[in-house]
Design a protein around this ligand. Structure first.
Ligand code: COA
Length: 542
């Protein structure tokens, strides 16, 4: 097995390449537009942005910018959470999360956006908050909470409050991360009412900004209703009260800017490994850019999604020097397996080239075990319509072979990363390390699709099922056509990448040309950790 530069068969001067590029650029333009709407758009949002500024308050993303080191990247997650939900009144679900660098150390940031529903937490906001905490826990990162929130979004309290991954689950995570030595720091920049009060209260260190930061278990209206007391919010739970009287807060500052300077000082005392910490468990070689430009990816992915593209061409544009050591290239060819380096880190890549057949499932299983044994992180590039069906496939034992792959993925303890570069259908989503299999990060490209099956297959299957249940003489062809149309529409809507990202089935839609750098950043987080303990070593050979 040798590392060889992948020979590309793409012709960038072809008409097809130009057509595909044009179509993909339009997809990327839509992505950027929608992200911009999430950042500063939304129905009637301008009024609350103006009010926020009039109070002398800084916007959530600018707050993060004031804390992080100059000229360092910020990897924002799920910018388009809640897209198309809640009457489009909650861009980004009213919360900004991501990884930023402070004094050379990576931190997870969770910042409420008070210009959206007062920063209160809708069901998707809670999901985003909890997901950011899980990313922190798995990648060994401390969390900085920039709190400015009305707490639970009360009209939907049943979808936020009591369940495992609801508000309670976020406090459970916070307490456990703190106990594990992952610092939890809060800056209180607005309301922290009721449950929201526990975010700072459970933090290792708290900063409150005078005049804007408030913490109370029950705000003035509740106090009035319960006790008949009329009290000013600042007197009840302002920075002076909590820093000089109750001791709930550890620091008081007069302005937001002072708060961020103080926060940076606190970060400097947390004794955490830096981004470029050497002595981690992943060896790193010199970084080399790929031989082929990343923008070629736009021309490689066919505008007509029914026409397949070769995943090897994508790998060639993601990995160092475009060099790849393929594993078993002449067997089970509908999956490509092999080793490469991304930003100097060795990874095992598993990429689909269409439907997964039995041999391909076995090869992938074998390869996952190799990476597990050799302690090499795994990268899954998903583009599959799923596992093969039919008489021959069943006879070849596809159900069991697919299950072996699923089991191997589930039990692999090395860091796993998934990128949806095309279709993610059926159990292919599982075997290729979909969300249910806890990849450390899962990103999707704007051409991706995710569903149990493709819309035309669903139409055929469900129409057949419905037809069988209907009395032939009572059902007209128009009714059948209407059923078909409804099913197709439903599948097309629900497999759209914006539908998926809105619900946090991924950690964000990304422009393909950023994929390599994002993966490099994710790998660098794993590299600064201690080696994860190996699993029980499930062995499924042929
Ligand atoms: N649930 C639902 N909506 C909430 C909310 C909550 N917990 N907190 C704020 N909102 C909404 C408001 O209804 C308002 O909606 P609108 O823009 O559609 O009118 C919007 O968020 C802004 O709230 P507003 O009170 O005008 O903003 P503010 O900046 O003056 O005050 C808060 C912000 C958070 C201090 C204040 O809204 C508040 O105290 N909210 C209730 C907090 C609470 O009791 N939470 C209990 C959680 S268990």
């Amino acid at each position: 097995m040798t590392f060889q530069t992948i020979p590309s068969r793409i012709d960038p001067s072809s008409e097809l390449f130009a057509t595909n590029t044009g179509a993909y650029q339009a997809l990327v333009a839509t992505l950027r537009d929608r992200q911009q709407i999430a950042i500063d758009g939304g129905d009637g949002r301008q009024k609350s942005i103006d009010r926020h500024h009039a109070r002398g308050k800084v916007m959530a993303r600018d707050r993060i910018d004031l804390v992080t080191d100059d000229n360092t990247p910020f990897l924002e997650f799920s910018t388009l959470a809640a897209w198309g939900q809640y009457n489009d009144e909650a861009p980004g679900a009213g919360i900004v999360t991501g990884i930023g660098v402070v004094h050379g150390v990576p931190w997870v940031f969770i910042a409420n956006d008070a210009t959206i529903k007062g920063g209160s937490l809708l069901p998707v906001s809670i999901k985003k908050h909890v997901r950011a905490q899980d990313i922190a826990a798995e990648n060994g990162l401390g969390v900085i909470y920039l709190v400015d929130s009305g707490g639970a979004f009360l009209p939907l309290q049943d979808e936020i409050f009591p369940d495992r991954d609801h508000f309670g689950g976020s406090f459970h995570r916070q307490a456990r991360m703190s106990a594990r030595g992952l610092p939890q720091l809060s800056v209180v920049l607005g309301g922290c009412t009721a449950g929201g009060a526990y975010v700072p209260a459970l933090s290792d260190e708290v900063i409150m900004v005078e005049g804007i930061g408030r913490i109370f278990l029950g705000g003035p209206p509740i106090v009035k209703a319960a006790l008949g007391e009329i009290i000013d919010p600042d007197d009840l739970g302002g920075a002076v009260k909590h820093t000089r009287v109750s001791g709930v807060s550890d620091n008081i500052v007069s302005t937001e800017h002072e708060a961020y300077a103080r926060l940076r000082e606190i970060c400097a005392t947390t004794n955490r490994r830096k981004v470029d910490h050497d002595g981690g468990w992943l060896e790193r070689t010199e970084v080399e850019p790929p031989v082929y430009p990343a923008t070629d990816i736009y021309g490689i992915i066919n505008d007509d999604s029914r026409i397949p593209f070769d995943a090897t061409e994508i790998i060639a544009r993601l990995v160092d020097g475009s060099r790849f050591a393929t594993f078993k290239p002449e067997w089970g060819t509908s999956i490509i397996t092999g080793f490469a380096r991304i930003h100097g880190y060795l990874v095992g890549i598993i990429a689909n080239n269409g439907i997964i057949f039995s041999e391909a499932a076995l090869k992938a299983t074998h390869f996952i075990e190799l990476c597990e044994q050799r302690r090499i992180p795994l990268l899954f590039l998903q583009n599959t319509t799923g596992y093969m069906v039919g008489d021959d496939a069943e006879a070849s034992g596809i159900a069991k072979h697919g299950a072996k792959m699923v089991a191997a993925v589930a039990n692999a303890t090395v860091p796993k990363y998934t990128v949806l570069i095309g279709g993610s259908y059926g159990a292919g989503n599982y075997g290729m390390c979909g969300r249910g299999f806890d990849p450390r990060f899962l990103f999707a490209w704007p051409n991706s699709r995710i569903a149990t099956m493709a819309a035309d297959t669903a139409e055929t299957v469900l129409v057949d099922i419905r037809r069988a249940g209907l009395k032939a003489d009572e059902t007209s062809e128009e009714q059948i056509a209407e059923i078909a149309r409804t099913i197709r529409e439903q599948y097309e809507t629900q497999s759209d990448p914006y539908y998926a990202t809105s619900r946090l089935w991924d950690d964000g839609l990304i422009d393909p040309i950023h994929t390599r750098d994002i993966l490099g950043l994710c790998l660098s987080l794993a590299a600064r950790q201690d080696e994860p303990a190996a699993g029980p070593g499930i062995v499924y050979r042929m």
